[in-house]
Design a protein around this ligand. Structure first.
Ligand code: GLN
Length: 309
């Protein structure tokens, strides 16, 4: 691996800590507003070195939109690529992650991609399971397998807080139900979706998830297949084209590796065949990406020439 010393990561965290003050912690989900804005952490997982980390790596945070990468993989495993993409598109939107605008004008009528909220709701709808518990249990099982951490669970306070305030996601879901894109009961779907978003991890867990994707879907220690290779490739491609919402193009230019962010301030990233990366810092930029986290990744990429292009 290119980065061999934890001290180098410590220095990167130190250099980027200042950016924290330029961002704003998400508060449209009331429970997220309780996050400590002063945190910045990074973990890197590689086969040779295991996990290196720096900063506030013990901090737990919820996956939020990072979960969309994992539910997409699970939905394709459950119902197949053709079925998934008959109901959700493959193109970036250029709109904010929660935008409702294009749903009405798209022909055929389906969300543009699985990384925006509308698309992710359709994806969760397609995951096998006859109850919320079963669906969410299967998502958790996949995460336990990828992280090798069976203690990972749901932050109920964050899940309840989002469920109660998810009026925009409710509107998106009812709109799609009306148009036959969603067939689940909407309230059950919202419960499953808000729970998947409230799955709680730390940066090291994220780095190991990234490493499994970087390792073509296989466990980095045992080489046991967890996600089929072609599905790992699909989700990595979405991370490049849509993973940072409507800042994905800029991120691809400046950081040039696959990444997926969430409004809690986490970023899942990776370098194919080389490393998984987990970053956390709650204050967000205007497009909803972790501000210091983004800068930290930009510096990391420049320092170690991580570009996949
Ligand atoms: N749970 C959040 C929502 O649906 C996830 C959004 C995000 O992380 N961008 O609004």
């Amino acid at each position: 691996m290119r980065c061999r010393k934890e001290e180098e990561l410590v220095e990167l965290v130190r250099r980027n800590k200042n950016y924290i003050k330029d961002g704003k912690v998400a508060d449209y989900i009331p429970a997220l507003a309780k996050a400590d804005p002063d945190k910045l952490a990074i973990a890197i997982y590689s086969k040779e070195e295991g996990c290196l980390s720096a900063g506030d790596v013990g901090e737990l945070f919820t996956l939020q939109s990072i979960s969309k990468v994992l539910t997409l993989a699970l939905a394709i495993m459950d119902v197949g690529k053709e079925q998934v993409f008959s109901r959700v598109g493959m193109e970036p939107t250029g709109d904010p992650f929660n935008s409702i605008a294009k749903l009405e004008t798209m022909v055929p009528s389906k969300p543009l991609n699985p990384m925006i909220n509308a698309g992710a709701l359709v994806v969760t709808n397609m995951i096998h399971g006859s109850s919320v518990e079963e669906k969410v249990g299967r998502i958790l099982q996949l995460i336990h397998d990828m992280t090798n951490n069976p203690t990972i669970g749901i932050n109920d306070e964050v899940a309840d807080s989002e469920y109660e305030s998810a009026n925009l996601n409710r509107a998106l879901s009812y709109f799609m139900k009306q148009h036959g894109i969603i067939d689940d009961d909407v309230e059950m779907l919202l419960e499953a979706y808000t729970k998947q978003c409230a799955i709680e991890v730390n940066c090291k867990d994220l780095a190991r998830i990234g490493m499994v994707l970087a390792n073509e879907g296989k466990d980095p220690e045992t080489e046991r297949p967890i996600i089929p290779r072609y599905i790992a490739r699909i989700v990595k491609t979405f991370m490049v084209t849509c993973g940072m919402y409507n800042a994905s193009g800029e991120f691809a230019i400046n950081v040039a590796i696959p990444a997926k962010s969430g409004v809690s301030g986490g970023i899942l990233s990776l370098v194919p065949n080389e490393m998984g990366i987990g970053v956390y810092s709650p204050p967000l930029d205007q497009k909803g990406n972790s501000l210091a986290g983004n800068k930290l990744l930009e510096n990391l990429s420049a320092q170690y020439e991580l570009s996949i292009f």
